[in-house]
Design a protein around this ligand. Structure first.
Ligand SMILES: [Zn+2]
Length: 142
């Protein structure tokens, strides 16, 4: 199967990227920022194990589609660009956040085991729950 764009069952956009990783079909939607894979089935052991270590907010805003596939918000972390993640307290009060990465100074490189970039908390920017793509733009991903 080749990578292709499909209709997202969470937000209905056609910007949902379907691809395979280690034989598992993964869906990552650029419209709403949610992701799932064919093993993420409601009430499965995998979902239970995943949720044990998952922040409450993720469990609060997860979405279960009509195939019983469970969707969670994605986290994007690109070393030289930044991070996009969900930020909030519960399903009525959350949004996307972006933090840009900046180049480290020579001194910081020594402290950070040679890391060429670090996230810069001063660049934290909040977006609404509909603005996943804007958050991606903000860190320079698209
Ligand atoms: Zn979507």
């Amino acid at each position: 199967m080749e990578d292709r764009l499909v209709i997202c069952s969470h937000c209905g956009s056609n910007a949902c990227y379907e691809h395979k990783q280690q034989g598992i079909t993964i869906l990552s939607c650029m419209g709403c920022g949610f992701t799932t894979n064919e093993l993420m089935i409601k009430d499965s052991e995998l979902v239970k194990e995943t949720e044990e270590v998952m922040p409450e907010l993720y469990k609060d805003i997860k979405f279960i589609d009509d195939q019983n596939q469970v969707w969670y918000p994605t986290v994007i972390n690109i070393k030289d660009k930044g991070t996009v993640f969900v930020n909030g307290t519960n399903k009525d009060n959350w949004g996307w956040a972006g933090i840009k990465a900046v180049e480290t100074t020579e001194e910081e490189k020594k402290k950070l085991k040679g890391a060429t970039h670090k996230s810069d908390p001063k660049t934290l920017m909040m977006f609404s729950k509909e603005q996943f793509d804007d958050a991606c733009h903000y860190i320079g991903l698209i």
